[in-house]
Design a protein around this ligand. Sequence first.
Ligand SMILES: *Cc1c(COP(=O)(O)O)cnc(C)c1O
Length: 494
Amino acid sequence: MSTIDPLRDEDFGARLTFDRGAPGRFAVAVAGWDGPVVPEPPAGLLRETLALPELSQGELVRYYTALSRRNFGVDSGTYPLGSCTMKYNPKVDDLVAGLPGFAETHPLAPVEEIQGTLRLLHELQGYLAEITGLPFVSLAPAAGAQGELAGMLMVKRLLERRGELDRRRRVLVPDSAHGTNPATATMAGFAVTELPSGADGAIDPAVLERELDGTVAALMVTLPSTLGLWEPAIEEIAARVHRDGAFLYGDGANLNAILGRARFGDLGFDVVHLNLHKTFSTPHGGGGPGAGPVCCTAELADYLPAPVVVEAGDGSLDLVRPSDTIGRLQQFHGSAGVLIRAYAYIRSLGLAGLRATSANAVLNANYLRTLLEGHYALPYPRRVMHEVVFSGSRQRNPGDVRTYDIAKRLIDYGIHPPTVYFPLIVDEALMIEPTETESREAVEAFARAMIAIADEAARDPELLHGAPHNAPIGRLDEANAARRPELRWRPQSI
Ligand SMILES: *Cc1c(COP(=O)(O)O)cnc(C)c1O
């Protein structure tokens, strides 16, 4: 191919600003200084030479613009990363979080001076209580996993206060759960018992029955499960767990499936965490910050992580430590920017908008399920909630195409790959969450790409084994990239 692609030919990664430009070039000319002259630092402390990049302003702008175009995000295209809810987030929520009255508030400011921010946080606690049906809320956790840890430490504290902790040392976790659930239970000091899912992907009541023997502290349920499936017997399961004296923990990270339609509290859950950075409009592709509020029943409220915002008799707001709190999880009041975005999101949508969110999330996932059903194996052919889990197993024959190859090939179609090889109970898993904000055309375009790839897998498996072909960086040796990354710049031209 003879066409020149300036982005690719700029050999991204190999040449940094240091290796570009030429001696004597500069981006900005600073006029001479005629202000007071500071004393010269002592001899010996001054550098004799300093190898800084020497680029014109235009070269510099092009370099960074090229770098920015290497980034893939929800603002650039479909990003169907299952369980992660990579949806489009309204920009107005960023604007609200950036208002100087919020953004410039010092985290150590006395409560009398941040009554407006506290009012917002207090109202947000109320909205989340209303949305989950669990009336007591702490906004403190900084991520979903931290919210889970808070919830399980609260359960542990209550069992301790009841004198039951010695015998209730086990936490039950279905094998379809998110990986953070068993990790959380272990970190909280419990032993994890994995529950094998039934043939329909749901919790098997007989398996549960066998385990409930008075030694169980809690059952942790991801709802919907990471298979994107509803638990049809969840209310009976809740009642059964409670009869045994155990607690029901809810992983509500993927609330876009049920928002405004079903409430954890009404279903019988005792404590739940939400991922505001998934459902409630904080972009999180870069890994943070997040917010994982924890919501619970009155029975667990005294143990909530500090602080919580409470209204005093005179209407003023205060940050307080619940009476028997598990303590603080991080400094200050939680991830303020994420909390403010969530507030703006809830207020701007209202109940009708929140219900439309879950309607569209579920509609998109099911539409995609029907579009792809004939082309990829579907291990649990049921109606799904916010996401659908296919298997790449059919593509293994005859060309040994793996899910990994399918994911890499999607990059050539300009689409971010879905989550792969998770959940673990699905062979060659492709976990796809179109989210509520993808248009019908975008869902159909994604399906067309997946169908084209299934066709390529049958006709030309080598094409997939070598993918991606159009990306700035091709297929990496992942073991070496992870274990022996080359992170140090070595000069090319100096
Ligand atoms: C994302 C997710 C988590 C973990 O949330 P983090 O904010 O990444 O810690 C837990 N459970 C489920 C179901 C998730 O999708």
